[in-house]
Design a binder for this molecule. Structure first.
Ligand SMILES: Nc1ncnc2c1ncn2[C@@H]1O[C@H](COP(=O)(O)OP(=O)(O)O)[C@@H](O)[C@H]1O
Ligand SMILES: [Mg+2]
Length: 267
């Protein structure tokens, strides 16, 4: 039996209770396994698409499936498969959690209570931190970290978890270049070495375009889908980012220059 697509949408529309139509006529298929990127400017519906896929928002119309499971009718199946790093994590910084507590959550949250970390859980959590070069801060208070370091810990929490799909919503936003490189490298390595698909939202494709297989370009509907080079076309990019957007080539790679990202890759 062939594997069902990683993610598949048919005529999907999502409307927020205030009437805002965040997505309309969204139809696409991405095969499994993949390291894929969802790109598009702010407000283009990237987070909304992922939330619909995870069953956090109900479609107004159409359907969306993850590995063949329907995001409305089979949410619990999808939750078991997916490790999700939301755009803004709700970790309360007033609570004096340590780095290890955050990463171990990735091991413990899907266990039944009482939840205790085994020595294997600890080993896996430490290895995940090593992947993002944070292992020396195991006992460090999480709230004292820089934005980029916190993001690395949240990525490590996802790496430490289980489930065949990792979904990360803007993991590079608000991070320094060193953290961006560490996160991108860790995700690429993890995808290569494990049977795991990665769905990464970013409003800037540049840091990851050499690593991803599939790109979905959104502006409230699908503007483009394909391998990174086919998306990095001036016509497509201008359609989404406006007439000043440019594609430049350097050392055999295409880079996208937009007012949204420029070369400073932050929000
Ligand atoms: N909770 C919400 N209530 C109402 N409108 C929302 C909500 N979240 C997002 N939107 C709107 O939906 C559109 C898409 O938002 P979003 O999916 O967050 O875009 P992106 O992640 O690409 O920046 C935007 O116009 C945004 O204002
Ligand atoms: Mg978003």
């Amino acid at each position: 039996m062939s594997t069902p697509p990683l993610i598949e949408a048919h005529n999907l529309a999502v409307r927020y209770p205030n009437g805002e139509l965040a997505l309309h006529n969204v139809s696409f298929t991405i095969n499994s396994p993949s390291f894929m990127a969802i790109i598009g400017p702010n407000g283009s519906g990237k987070s909304t698409l992922v939330k619909a896929a995870l069953g956090l928002i109900k479609p107004a119309q159409g359907s969306i499936k993850v590995l063949g499971y329907d995001s409305v009718k089979q949410v619990s199946k999808i939750r078991k498969l997916v490790r999700y790093v939301p755009q803004r994590d709700r970790i309360e910084l007033a609570v004096p959690m340590k780095v290890k507590d955050i990463v171990l959550m990735g091991r413990l949250l899907k266990k039944l209570p009482p939840r205790f970390a085994s020595s294997r859980d600890t080993e896996i959590a430490k290895e995940a931190l090593r992947q993002v070069n944070m292992e020396s801060l195991w006992n460090h208070p999480f709230p004292e970290l820089s934005g980029g370091q916190r993001q690395r810990v949240l990525v490590a929490r996802a790496l430490a978890g289980e489930g065949s799909i990792l979904v990360l919503d803007e993991p590079l936003a608000g991070t320094d270049v060193e953290s961006q490189d560490l996160i991108v490298d860790a995700l690429g390595r993890y995808h290569r070495e494990n049977d795991v698909s990665i769905i990464m939202i970013t409003h800037d494709l540049n840091p990851i375009h050499t690593m991803v297989q599939d790109v979905l370009l959104l502006k409230n509907t699908v503007i483009g889908i394909g391998e990174p080079c086919s998306i990095m076309e001036p016509e497509l990019i201008k359609k989404v980012y406006g007439p000043t957007a440019k594609i430049v080539e350097h050392s055999g790679h295409r880079y996208c220059l937009t007012r949204d990202s420029g070369f400073d890759r932050h929000d």
